[in-house]
Design a protein around this ligand. Sequence first.
Ligand code: FEO
Length: 135
Amino acid sequence: MSLMTWTKEQFATNVTQHDQEHQTIFDMVNKLHESAGGADRSAIGKQLDALIAYVAEHFGAEEKNMIKCSYADYPQHKLEHDKLVQTCVDLQQQFHAGKAEITRDTTAFVADWLVNHIPNIDRRYSPVMNGAGIV
Ligand code: FEO
């Protein structure tokens, strides 16, 4: 069974681009979860790098749209993004230096963060973006 399942009811932001990005992130987390803790460090490293790059790209896209619609909670939202990216980049460096492993606890941490962030933080921008024509 997958670690994460995207459902419209739980995760839809009503911004098509960001809903698609969230679904891609869920797929990538699920794939990394399958590999996590396994022997193939090279494959895990590639999946980890791709996931972090994609998440950073997604955060950048959301931030661009928040700025575009003068979203009042932008600074706080960006701070949440920056904190997660910093945590992940630190882990990525540790992993590539051979000082840390990617385990299923790691992927569960990322999944928990997303399951909290998307419904409680991302969804708040929906009416503002929709009102600015970002749908
Ligand atoms: Fe979809 Fe604010 O991350």
